[in-house]
Write a protein that binds this ligand. Structure first.
Ligand code: SF4
Length: 347
């Protein structure tokens, strides 16, 4: 039996019941694929359900405003993906007559859609023979064929893509792609793969050669940058100052005013920084969290501290709020509020 048949047989018996598997609507598949790029299935499912019940159709998303979309996305991270979803929904609605593109070559032109998402939508919704490559697929292929090409090098991508295409079934293309990803996450797992009960073990070179855990091959990681975020909690009449972020990963989300540095800054430095920023004659700050709060992103570690601030002149400008519900905020802010809301009694 061919590899694709074995994988589809496995899928028919072990397929997970997930809400986006009940539809071929490209809009819903698109939303699910973008959400699942950044979260586990369990958490992704609840985000998907919330998002689809708020924006059930492409038209409803296209006619919404960014603040609402970011609020639905809050906590998922990678907010540029939410902004791109909205941009592309508006583009399909306004420029393409609400007709979702139907081929890989057209889908990939949408802003925020890369090879993975275009392949998934084209295969699942339109049965195009476009293999997907995610971490699970890389791992399965590298183990079965003992591929030595490091999976974290872009130069390996073409090799894996060609291999995946050569193995792909010509029928049930969408099922095949989903099968391979499910198989990777449930059977050919990163640690402790279930080789003993694996129905493709007879074809698997690394199993036959007892080298399973050597694969996938990775080169040493790129250095992850560290940034120091010093936030100030500035209150007036029991309301707290928040600001809209103008650029970067949290563009258009709300945060407390912040000083960002590549090294740890002293209290004195921060006092001078905020003194200048608010054109004040005297600023005093005091630390709220004694230990840095670490927030890890794929390419970056943020080390954050939060400071109470006492400021000589009255800061008039800015958005002072007591209820944060309507303001999309990064997970870091929400975690901080959750932890300190009783102690600070201002949130
Ligand atoms: S035999 Fe083991 S390593 Fe090979 S595909 Fe199956 S689970 Fe993965």
């Amino acid at each position: 039996m061919k590899f694709s048949e074995l994988i589809l047989n496995w899928y028919d018996e072990n397929k997970r019941n997930l809400p986006w598997r009940l539809t071929k609507d490209p809009y819903k598949i698109w939303i699910s694929e973008i959400i699942l790029q950044q979260t586990r299935i369990a958490q992704g499912t609840s985000y998907y359900n919330r998002f689809i019940s708020r924006f059930p159709t492409l038209e409803s998303l296209a006619n919404s405003d960014e603040n609402d979309v970011l609020l639905m996305w809050q906590g998922l991270g990678y907010y540029s993906r939410a902004r791109n979803l909205l941009f592309s929904a508006k583009h399909i609605y306004n420029d393409l007559g609400s007709k979702f593109p139907v081929t890989y070559n057209e889908i990939i032109k949408l802003k925020g859609v890369g090879d993975y998402t275009a392949s998934a939508i084209a295969s699942i919704c339109f049965e195009e023979q476009t293999p997907v490559l995610d971490g699970n697929v890389y791992r399965v292929l590298s183990r079965i064929f003992e591929l030595e090409n490091p999976i974290n090098l872009s130069s390996s991508r073409k090799i894996f893509k060609e291999k995946a295409k050569s193995l792909m079934s010509t029928k049930r293309c969408g099922d095949y792609n989903q099968a391979l990803m499910d198989f990777g996450s449930l059977v050919c797992k990163p640690q402790k793969p279930l080789c003993g009960s694996c129905n493709v073990s007879k074809l698997c070179k690394s199993f036959i050669n007892n080298s399973v855990l050597k694969y996938p091959v990775k080169t040493s990681k790129n250095k992850i940058k560290t940034l120091y975020h010093d936030y100030i909690i500035l209150t007036k009449d029991r309301k707290t100052l928040i600001v809209k972020t103008e650029d970067g990963i949290w563009k258009n989300l709300y945060q407390f005013p912040v000083c960002i540095s590549e090294k740890k800054q002293s209290k004195l430095y921060l006092q001078e920084y905020f003194k200048k920023k608010y054109n004040s004659s005297r600023v005093k700050i005091s630390l709220i969290n004694q230990k840095f709060i670490n927030h890890k992103l794929s390419h970056l570690t943020l080390k954050s501290r939060f400071w109470n601030i006492n400021i000589e002149n009255n800061v008039a400008k800015g958005l002072f709020v007591s209820d944060f519900t309507d303001f999309p905020m990064p997970q870091l802010m929400r975690n901080f509020r959750e932890k300190y809301k009783t102690k600070l009694s201002i949130f």
